[in-house]
Ligand binder design. Sequence first.
Ligand SMILES: CO[C@H]1[C@H](O)[C@@H](O)[C@H](O)O[C@@H]1C(=O)O
Length: 693
Amino acid sequence: QEGYELWLDYKEVQDRTIEKNYAAFLNNVDIIGNSSTIQAIKEELQLAREGFGFDDSETGGDSKLIIGVQSKLPSSLRNQAKTENLEEEGYNITSLKNGKTILISANSEVALLYGTFGLLREMQQQNDISNLKIEEKPKIQKRVLNHWDNLDRTVERGYAGFSIWDWHLLPELIKPEYKDYARANAAIGINGTVLTNVNSNALILTPHYIEKVKALAEVFRPYGIQVYLTARFSAPIELGDLDTADPLNEDVKQWWKNIADEIYAEIPDFGGFLVKADSEGQPGPFQYDRTHVDGANMLAEAVAPHDGIIMWRAFVYSEEDPDDRAKQAYDQFIPYDGNFADNVLVQVKNGAIDFQPREPFHPMFGAMPDTPLMMEFQITQEYLGFSSHLVFLPKLFEEVLDEDTYADGKNSTVAKVIDGTNSNKKLTGIAGVANIGTEKNWTGNPFGQANWYGFGRLAWDPYMDSEEIAQEWLRINFSNEEDFVKTMTDLLIESREAVVNYMTPLGLHHIMATSHHYGPGPWVDDLGRPEWNPVYYHKADKNGIGFDRTSSGSNALAQYAKPLEEKYSNPETTPEKYLLWFHHLSWDYEMDNGKKLWDNIALHYQKGVEQVEEMQATWNKMEQYVNEREFKKTSMLLEIQLKEAKWWRDACLSYFQQFSEMELPAGVPEPEHNLEHYKSIDRPYAPGINPSW
Ligand SMILES: CO[C@H]1[C@H](O)[C@@H](O)[C@H](O)O[C@@H]1C(=O)O
């Protein structure tokens, strides 16, 4: 099936010498132990042998692969590769005896599984394995996928079909997909999954569903993946037991303790709860005049005896304070720094608005030294063309992780806040909102897989280079031919800037159409709340465009550390990519290249279109390296992307031109249609694929 195997498609090794060498190791394996995780390792190695096309007879003399937990290794091997710094999840891959033996050692069996995937990854890329000295350990503890999957199997902001969780057929029917999902995640080091939508349904907490969750947890356990659920704050009322959900009420506390006990009795390694409270209509502690801390700590107490954690989301904004949505989460949370229980992570989206093609990092990062903050990225492309557009997100993730918060002086990057380096955090985590569904290839767009893969790799190591991730993924999934890898790496890397250019250049944001967020809608001004409307964000008028977040405007800038605040207060020293995020500027404001703002906006839109044209031209040259179906599918999707990049350009420029009253600069074609036409094609989304909000 097209793309089904994800990064676990062990393609036949063509080069005979390489093939013989790899086969010699994989055909002569010594694995210590026989737990279900060890079983999983054996199965994976067998799949790899078959996929790579090894013949059982290729034993290669005395080559050998040894896999074992350090404490169980024969003493002669134990000293060869030290594991004391590897903690629970790190591993070594070490060549011994002049490369004749490869040893994978670790302190836990799940880490051995990671090590096995690590070695297979080397082979998938056809790397030299004669002198391996790999030492890896994850820099972040909780590496979690968030599924916005509803119990009726629709997926909020899902663009790859329905939910893969077949609730109505569980616990009896265990689809092969469940195990393959676990394999794919373990291969990139993901160790947790939240099965249900943050806009949650209390029913998931009932025994009827817990039985189903347990069945999934059992499939995932050998692969080191913990299961989490979303907890609906009003569940004690909704499930009919109490008439309040007040977090300080003793009955409420006891109710949650009982629920936790019931879940842990069935699923002893249950991870804990993810909570969206007092946000976009979700119930929460505010109704009882309680705080985020009251809510989070009450739940934390319920799961603490079982080593569970609470991931409490900071995605909050309220109607009452419409001055600047970007400021609200910070304002609501900062006063509580240090007050959350030890097993609470506050989960913060990468930017202060909402998963835009580009946003400055969220000012909460670096501003809560005494609270562990968990990063939330969105892998599903809610604001980036759904699954029809090819956008390589690791580039976006990397940009955020590399930003300097200056929280603790220079070089206090977001990555350092997240991985606990800054302020020495004990609990660390990172979440990615999944782009997975029932599509045959899991993600719809074949390149959507790269975003899931890349998220996992960055969760393991937030300092990894997005280019390296692109290369790895391309090699593993398509081809090791240098021409292909190099050309396509450039394409992937550039794809992120392309989408920024044709959707929201120069710091523009949230100008997508009516609530489905697909396509341009800068004119939309009639949604229920002011801050849902694009006009709120671009503020275009005759005088100019952009959101003034300096002290003369909303002063959201004051939420950043001094050096950033100073730098971004002045449009001259604000990076141009964030210009209209922080400033409202006149249409004829002169930019670095000597051209006017209006011209630059238009040229960026045009550039975005040209970048997609280039992507298309490049892809057309790649036919020889990829299979026919993926080639065709990607070609067709790029057609859509190009058509829609032009749609974005033309619609936005027609709209903004009413205010700028300036001509388009040379090189930017006149829009094909008039503004009324673009307004009329604010297009409906596919039913069943993208419900609500
Ligand atoms: C799950 O709800 C989502 C909602 O669909 C999305 O449009 C919004 O941006 O973010 C919400 C959130 O992150 O809670």
